[in-house]
Design a protein around this ligand. Structure first.
Ligand code: ARG
Length: 569
C-alpha cells in the first residue's frame, strides 16, 4: 500500500473495521482485503462488497454458511462496535451497507475546523518526489501541450506537497540535441565574431529557429556540421558560443511570462545538465549486459516492444533517451527521489515505457509497480480546436500561449463588463477578477477532463459568516455543529470525503477526481443553502460552522488545483 494511516479518511477507517470483521467471519481465509466503497444514499453511505467473492472461496469447503447473504450477515454481525456507525443492513447478495453516525460526522468536521485541514491530508510513506513537467524546448515556442503539462504537473505537485512530500518541481527543458546543434551552427554563420546576441539581433526567435531549420533541411554540409556540434564531449559548454546562452535566456524569459501568469513555480534542470552523467550511466548498463550493437547504434532491447531503445546513435551522439536514462539515474541516486512523475502528451508514452522497463531490468527500480521507488508517466491527449483538429491558429502556426491567456482574460473581462462590473469595481479589481476567472477557466478545463457544463461556484455564500457579523473563532469554541437536515448531512458527509478524494487523486495521479469533487461540493452546498436558512434561523451557529467548513475545504480544493478563487462576483 502506498499510504499510511490517515485519520480523516472515512473509507480507510471503515476498511479497518471490516478487516477485523472478515478475520473473525472466515478465520480460514487469510488477508482478505476489505472492499469498501462509497455508495448511493438510498441504502447507506458506504458498502462492503466482500460477501460474494468470499463465498466462492469457501463454498464446498467445510462451512456453515448457506450462501453469500449469510456471509454478509456474519460480516455485519462481526463488525467491532464503533461510534462511527449508526446502523448497518445487508442487501441483495450480501452487500453490507453502512449508515454513518450524524453525531460522529459533525464532530469530525468540527475537529477539522479547530485543528486545520492539514489533518485531512493524505499520508505517504515516501519523503521526496520529482514532478517533471512543463519542459518546453529552448528556442522554440511553448505550445498548448506544454501548457497542459504545466497545469497538470502543478496540481500534482501541489497535492503531493499538501501530503507533506518534498517535491522537486523539475523543468526538463530541451536545451540540447540536434536542434541545438543546428542553432549553434546557424549562430556561427550569422555572428562569426560571437558578437552579443540580443533580442533585436535575433529578431523573432521563432523566425530564427525556422531559418536555421530551413538551412538544416536544404544544405547537407550544414546539417553534418550541426550534427557534429552535439557530439561534443563533456565540457562542451565552454565550446559553445556565448551567444547560445543568450538565446536560452531570451527563450527562458518567454517561458517565465507564462509561469508567472499561471502562478506556477518550476526549477530548471534542462537536458544538458545530465550530459556529463550519460557516459557513466551507459557504461553501467553495458556492464549489466543490457546494451547491444544494432546497425552501428547501441541499443537496449525491451521485451514485448518491437523497436529498441537507442541509447547511442550510430554517429556516436546521444539522444533524448540517453538523457532520460541519465536523468532517471540522477533523480534516484543524487536527488534521492522515491517517486518520479513525468507529465507529457500521450505521444511519448512508449518512450517512457521503454525507459522505465530498462530501469527495471537494470535493477534501478523494483519489478512490481506498487513499490517505491517508482516512476509514473502521466499522459494527456492533444488539445484540439473547435474543428476537432490539432489546435492551431489560421496561419497554421501553433497558437502562442501568451495569446491564449490574453484571450481568456479578455473574454472574462468582457463578460464582467457586460454585467455592469466596470461601474461597480475599481479597475484593479476588474483586472484581477478577469485574470482569476480567465486563467482559472483554462486550468479547470484542462484538469476536469470529463465535464462540459458551465459552472458557478457560490463561493461568496460560503463566506456568509462575514455578513453574519459573528466571530468564527468564537463560534468554533462555543458552537456545536449538528447535521440534522438531510441536506446538511449530505453536505457534511461530502466534506468528510475530501480526505479520501485527495488521496485517490494523488495516488492515481488524477486531478479530475478532485475537480469532480469540487463540482459536487458546490452542488451539495447550493442544495443546503436553498433548503436551510442560515442567518437568523434557530440553527444559525451550527449552520455558520458548516458554511465555514465548506469554505475551508473549497479554498483547499481551489488551491490544490492552482485556481485563484474569486471572492465577489
Ligand atoms: N521537452 C520535451 C517536449 O517538449 C518534454 C520533456 C519531458 N520530460 C522528459 N524527462 N523527457 O516534448
Amino acid at each position: 500500500n502506498t499510504s499510511e494511516e490517515n485519520s480523516g479518511n472515512l473509507k480507510k477507517q471503515l476498511a479497518k473495521l471490516f478487516e477485523a470483521s472478515l478475520r473473525e467471519t472466515v478465520p480460514s481465509e487469510h488477508d482478505v482485503e476489505p472492499l469498501v466503497a462509497a455508495c448511493t444514499a438510498k441504502f447507506g453511505d458506504y458498502q462492503c462488497n466482500n460477501a460474494m467473492s468470499l463465498w466462492s472461496k469457501i463454498k464446498g469447503k467445510n462451512t456453515d454458511f448457506k450462501g453469500p447473504p449469510a456471509v454478509g450477515q456474519a460480516i455485519m454481525k462481526n463488525l467491532p462496535p464503533s461510534e462511527m456507525i449508526e446502523s448497518c443492513s445487508v442487501a441483495g447478495p450480501g452487500f453490507v451497507n453502512v449508515v454513518l453516525s450524524k453525531t460522529w460526522l459533525a464532530e469530525k468536521i468540527q475537529n477539522m475546523l479547530v485543528d486545520g485541514i492539514d489533518t485531512w491530508a493524505p499520508k505517504f510513506s515516501i519523503k521526496r518526489a520529482v514532478v517533471d513537467f512543463s519542459s518546453p524546448n529552448i528556442a522554440k515556442e511553448m505550445h498548448v501541450g506544454h501548457l497542459r503539462s504545466t497545469i497538470i504537473g502543478d496540481t500534482l505537485a501541489r497535492m503531493l506537497e499538501f501530503s507533506k512530500v518534498d517535491v522537486l518541481r523539475r523543468n526538463h527543458v530541451g536545451d540540447w540535441g540536434t536542434q541545438f546543434g543546428m542553432l549553434i551552427e546557424f549562430l556561427f554563420e550569422k555572428f562569426p565574431n560571437f558578437e552579443d546576441v540580443n533580442e533585436r539581433a535575433i529578431g523573432d526567435l521563432q523566425a530564427f529557429y525556422k531559418a536555421s531549420k530551413q538551412r538544416f533541411d536544404t544544405d547537407s554540409a550544414f546539417k553534418e556540421r550541426a550534427q557534429k556540434a552535439v557530439v561534443l564531449p563533456p565540457g562542451w559548454r565552454t565550446q559553445v558560443p556565448p551567444s547560445m546562452a543568450q538565446i536560452c535566456d531570451i527563450s527562458r524569459k518567454e517561458f517565465d511570462k507564462v509561469y508567472q501568469r499561471l502562478g506556477v513555480h518550476l526549477e530548471e534542470k534542462g537536458e544538458s545538465f545530465y550530459n556529463p552523467f550519460i557516459p557513466g550511466v551507459i557504461e553501467g548498463l553495458s556492464n549489466k549486459g543490457l546494451v547491444q550493437e544494432s546497425e552501428g547504434a547501441r541499443v537496449i532491447f525491451i521485451e514485448g516492444i518491437n523497436i529498441p531503445l537507442i541509447v547511442v546513435k550510430s554517429d556516436g551522439g546521444y539522444n533524448y533517451a540517453s538523457t532520460d536514462l541519465a536523468a532517471l539515474w540522477y533523480r534516484l541516486n543524487e536527488d534521492k527521489a522515491e517517486w518520479i512523475i513525468y507529465v507529457t502528451d500521450v505521444g511519448q508514452q512508449q518512450h517512457f515505457d521503454m525507459v522505465f522497463k530498462a530501469a527495471k531490468r537494470a535493477g534501478w527500480l523494483p519489478a512490481g509497480d506498487s513499490m517505491f521507488p517508482k516512476t509514473s508517466h502521466v499522459g494527456f491527449g492533444l488539445v484540439l480546436g473547435d474543428d476537432g483538429k490539432r489546435f492551431r491558429t489560421r496561419a497554421t502556426e501553433v497558437v502562442r500561449l501568451v495569446d491564449l491567456l490574453d484571450e481568456a482574460k479578455t473574454r472574462s473581462k468582457a463578460a464582467l463588463v457586460e454585467r455592469g462590473k466596470a461601474e461597480e469595481w475599481t479597475e484593479e479589481e476588474l483586472e484581477q477578477t478577469a485574470e482569476a476567472i480567465g486563467y482559472g477557466a483554462i486550468k479547470y478545463a484542462d484538469l476536469k477532463n470529463n465535464r462540459l457544463t458551465n459552472y458557478t461556484f457560490n463561493y461568496d455564500r460560503c463566506l456568509m459568516i462575514r455578513k453574519s457579523g459573528k466571530d468564527i473563532e468564537e463560534l468554533k469554541k462555543i458552537g456545536v455543529l449538528v447535521l440534522a437536515h438531510p441536506d446538511e448531512r449530505a453536505l457534511g458527509l461530502h466534506l468528510l470525503q475530501f480526505a479520501e478524494t485527495v488521496e485517490e487523486a494523488c495516488t492515481n495521479l488524477l486531478p479530475n477526481v478532485l475537480c469532480e469533487y469540487l463540482y459536487n461540493l458546490s452542488e451539495y452546498f447550493t442544495k443546503f443553502y436553498s433548503n436551510c436558512q442560515v442567518v437568523g434561523s434557530a440553527e444559525e451557529t451550527s449552520r455558520l460552522l458548516l458554511c465555514e467548513a465548506t469554505a475551508v475545504v473549497m479554498r483547499k480544493c481551489f488551491f490544490l488545483l492552482g485556481i485563484v478563487p474569486v471572492y465577489k462576483i
